[in-house]
Design a protein. Structure first.
Length: 254
């Protein structure tokens, strides 16, 4: 029995979307940015090749001046990725910097500090989007984000609603290209294509309650130049269809 490859499944799903005259959007977020590196340069090169800018989730307390210079040259937008990217939760809980363990007042102070640092360093490149480390955030902080000038939130998996609170847009990621549980490395082009096909199918068939743009999630420091070549291959494959639009983050968060 011949097993369907990831690319074959993706091609079939794209053909179905085309035949049904539907339109799907795919966007890209990259996490844990601190400083320039060869990994970052490789990612920027891929971004140019596929003509899709990622939203770069920057850790404010670790952001270097060299990074500011590079991103201004590339004109790539950023989001706030916590403050220090520290885990404050007890060992019995899942990791989070802005989870339920710390007092909300302390979290507000960290939020204000991070916003101020990114505004001073990056200016208009900062899109006022908050990306909580480990994609976890407590509900109380979510409800107060607009009070601090944060207009958007991005985590992982399907969102419950587009606007969890008035003045706050949520646009999530859904396809994590890193295998964190076992290999801690890139999942490969075939599996990436298969995962994208699955998300496209969910959107096309209405199996999720609140359809949204499909978000790709990368961690540039975890990917080799060969990994990026495969990532690029999948993006270009999807891009061949006029029904699939690779969408820059500024279209959502700008």
């Amino acid at each position: 029995m011949n097993l369907e490859t990831g690319f074959q499944r993706l091609e079939k799903e794209i053909n179905r979307i085309d035949s049904e005259n539907k339109y799907m959007e795919i966007w890209w977020r990259d996490d844990d940015l601190e400083a320039p590196s060869h990994s970052l340069e490789n990612m920027i090169s891929v971004s140019k090749n596929v003509n899709l800018a990622p939203l770069l989730a920057v850790i404010p307390a670790r952001a270097s001046k060299q990074l500011v210079k590079l991103l201004n040259q590339c004109d790539i937008n950023i989001a706030m990725h916590g403050l220090h990217h520290y885990n404050y939760e007890p060992l019995t809980r899942k990791k989070a910097e802005f989870g339920s363990f710390r007092p909300i007042e302390t979290q507000w102070k960290d939020l204000k500090k991070g916003i101020r640092q990114l505004e001073q360093l990056f200016g208009d490149l900062f899109l006022k989007c908050f990306v909580p480390p480990w994609n976890r955030i407590n509900d109380q902080l979510t409800k107060t984000l607009p009070l601090f000038g944060i207009s958007s939130l991005s985590t992982f998996s399907s969102r419950k609603e587009a606007a969890p609170v008035p003045g706050l847009l949520q646009v999530n990621t859904h396809v994590d290209v890193i295998d964190w549980k076992e290999k801690r490395s890139f999942i490969g082009a075939e599996l990436m294509a298969d995962k994208i096909a699955g998300e496209l199918q969910n959107c096309r068939t209405g199996t999720i309650e609140n359809p949204e743009p499909i978000g790709l999630l990368t961690h540039h420091l975890m990917m080799s130049i060969d990994d990026w070549k495969e990532f690029q291959e999948v993006c270009l494959f999807a891009k061949k269809s006029t029904s699939i639009h690779l969408t820059p983050p500024i279209d959502y968060f700008g």
